[in-house]
Design a protein around this ligand. Structure first.
Ligand code: NAP
Ligand code: F7E
Length: 335
């Protein structure tokens, strides 16, 4: 059995990656979870039920170096995927120090624990880097595009990215950094723009919500499906040599186009329902992201299977079902 350790297992990507690895007969998955006063394991509950022998959860935090080293000693993983983060860009302006601590130093704490274990047994490390690191660099962004981060989150990711590369160069660690462009799914957090839009369209359609309040609709993103992107993470750790890769679809759409697509799927015109509120605007914005994933295609043999239309449709259909259940529960509160 191969042992994989995932930080951020309760998040969108963590849940898809755990599902992907558990779909292989030879993986045991260990996930780090944070203690919380409310339930935060909805995305992986089904995996715990289906794989009680092969999915193990451990309390830990990227802010706590000592628990990271003792867990690595205890689990002795073959592969470590660092997906844990305060991952919301807008929130990083409100909590810059916390974001830098978890995203930047958290990665360094984990790399240190991996370095020590790697002296005795080989460990492969994946770092969840982000297209946000490109920030205001003109599109399309590729391997030679210089970083110009535009938020505390993005600056912290640049720090973690270079730490990962330095651990590879300084200690010979098998460490890869995946620069992933935005990827979404029905499991996406509800405050990210795609999910906010698909859930909003579905709830408005079902009469559960009247308006959708949004920020800057001019920004453009290269949106893919999270299920496709976790495959690329795993492929990076299966190569002969560690390297860094961009993972993207190569297509870019504005928030206007996202709204248009989602509302059309529920036979509504978004212009009749969307309001603007300054509080969703960021102090500095990333205007256009569009990635060049040629290297991932050529070296890893990776390509996305779900396109923008398929992604929005998948999310709207899921959220319509959720909205219908909510409506039914309101109408029949007893069950
Ligand atoms: P997500 O849904 O926000 O999940 C983040 C995960 O990190 C959650 O499991 C969260 O735990 C955990 N976490 C937060 N603070 C932590 C801490 N102090 N210690 C340990 N774990 C902590 O994010 P995602 O979309 O799955 O993204 C996964 C990773 O890829 C992140 O590093 C993100 O920055 C990066 N990334 C994402 C995208 C994208 O488009 N999705 C693109 C590029 C890079 P709780 O459940 O307890 O909150
Ligand atoms: O915003 C605009 C907003 O929050 C996308 C994270 O996973 O991907 C994500 O970061 C765009 C921005 O994603 C609203 O201003 C307009 O231009 O969905 P988002 P993000 O900031 O691109 C990267 C790759 C990551 O690494 C991050 O972890 O949409 N926008 N109106 C809005 N955004 C939000 N959230 N809410 C709005 O109402």
């Amino acid at each position: 059995m191969k042992r994989a350790l995932l930080t951020g297992v309760t998040g969108q990507d963590g849940s898809y990656l755990a599902e992907f690895l558990l779909g292989k007969p030879d993986y045991e998955v260990h996930g780090l979870v944070r203690r919380s006063s409310t339930l935060n394991r909805q995305r992986i509950d089904h995996l715990s039920r289906e794989n009680p022998e092969r999915l193990h959860l451990h309390y830990a935090d990227l802010a706590d170096a000592s628990c990271l080293s003792s867990l690595l000693e205890e689990i002795q993983p073959d592969e470590v995927y660092n997906l844990g983060a305060q991952s919301h860009v807008r929130v990083s302006f409100d909590q810059p120090l916390y974001t830098a601590d978890v995203v930047g130093l958290g990665t360094l704490r984990l790399l240190e624990a991996v370095r020590v274990l790697n002296r005795r047994r080989p460990v492969r490390f994946y770092q969840a880097s982000s297209s946000e690191m490109f920030g205001s660099a003109p599109a399309p962004q590729g391997p030679d595009t210089p970083f110009h981060p535009r938020s505390p989150y993005a600056v912290a990711k640049v720090y973690a990215h270079w730490q990962t590369i330095n651990y590879r160069e300084a200690y010979g660690l098998y460490a890869c950094s995946g620069i992933l462009f935005n990827h979404e799914s029905p499991r996406r957090g509800e405050s990210f723009v795609t999910r906010k839009v698909t859930l909003g369209a579905a709830r408005i359609k079902e009469g559960l919500q009247k308006r959708l309040v949004m920020g800057n609709l001019e920004a453009k993103r290269d949106w893919g499906f999270a299920g496709d992107y976790v495959r690329a993470m795993w492929l990076m750790l299966q190569q002969d040599k560690p390297d860094d890769y961009i993972v993207a679809t190569g297509e870019t759409y504005s928030i206007h186009e996202l709204l248009e697509k989602a509302f059309t799927l529920v036979d509504l015109d978004y212009r009749d329902f969307v309001d603007f509120d300054e509080r969703y605007v960021r102090p500095s914005e990333v205007d256009v992201l569009q990635g060049d994933a040629t290297k991932a295609r050529e070296v890893l043999g990776w390509k996305p299977e779900v396109d923008f239309d398929g992604l929005v449709r998948m999310m709207v259909e899921h959220d319509l079902e959720l909205a219908r259940r909510e409506k039914h529960a309101r109408a029949f509160p007893g069950g």
